[in-house]
Ligand binder design. Sequence first.
Ligand code: GZL
Length: 311
Amino acid sequence: ILSACGGGGDSASGGDGTVLGFSQVGAESGWRTANTTSIQGAASEAGIDLKFSDAQQKQENQIKAIRTYIQQKVDVIAFSPVVETGWEPVLQEAKRANIPVILTDRSVDTTDESLYATFLGSDFVAEGVKAGDWLVENSATSDVNADGRINVVELEGTTGAAPAIDRAEGFREAIAAQPTIAISKSQTGDFTRDGGKQVMESFLNSDKAIDVVYAHNDDMGLGAIEAIEAAGLVPGKDIKIITVDAVKDGMQALADGKIDYIVECNPLLGPQLMDLTKKVVAGEEVPKRVVTEETTFTRDQAAAVLADRQY
Ligand code: GZL
C-alpha cells in the first residue's frame, strides 16, 4: 500500500522539498502502529514529504516499494527490514541511483556498510539480556518444578528478523548464569497476539509444568495470557511472563499483575529519523549507528507511568 502523507514538499507547508520514501514492515503489533504514527507525525512536523508503504510483513513488498522509490527519485529511502537477509541487490540499486538509505528499527545482515548511511534502532541483544537478568535475579522466587528446574517456554518473533534473533541470543546469554533455568520449547508467534495465543495453546497442551513464558513482544505475551486463562491457570501467578516493548496494553497487563516484567523497546523513532534524513540530504556526517534510549518496567513502575504513556 503506497500512500503519500506528511508535510508537502512545497514551501506552503514550510517544507524544504525533501522527499523521503519509507517502507514499513506492516501493522502486526501495537509497537508497529506506534512506530508508524511517530514517523508520519515527525515527517509533518519536519515539513518532509513522506511516501509511506505497508509491506504486510512480506519482504518482496518492501523490495518492490524500495524499487518504486528509486524510480520516483526520492531524496532518501528509509525502511525497517522485516528480516535480516536478502537486501543487498536492492540496496546496490539504490546506491547506483545515488539515493542514500537509512535503516530504522531492524538492521540488515551485510558486510558492505556503504549500502546504508546509518542504522537507527534498539540494541535487541541488550533487551534479551535485560529480560534474562530479571529472571536470574528472581529465580529464587520463581516456582520451580520438583526437579528444581525453572521451565521456560519462548514465543519468538518473526523468523529471521533481527529482534527475534537477537532477543533470543541475549536471553540465553543472561540465563546461563543460573543453570536451573532451562528453555524447554521455542516457537515463532510472528510478533502477533493471535500467533502468541496459538503457540501458547500448543505448549500448554503438551506441557503441564511451564513456569515462565519469555515472549519477544507484548502482543505475543498478551495472546499467551488468553491461552493461559483459557487453560484455567493464572498468568503472573501459576506462570510468570516476561515480554519486550512496553506498549499500553502490555503495561496495563503488567500493572494488573498478569505480566511480571517488561523490557522497553522504544518505537518513537520518527523525530530522530527526520533529523538524520535532513543531515544526510545536506551531506552532513551521520553516525553509522544510533542506539535508541529505553528502559525496563516492574509492576509498580508500570502502574506509576501508565497514564502518561504515549502509546
Ligand atoms: C522491535 C520491532 C518489533 C517489536 C514488535 O524494534 O521490530 O517488531 O518488538 C514489532 O512488537 O512487531
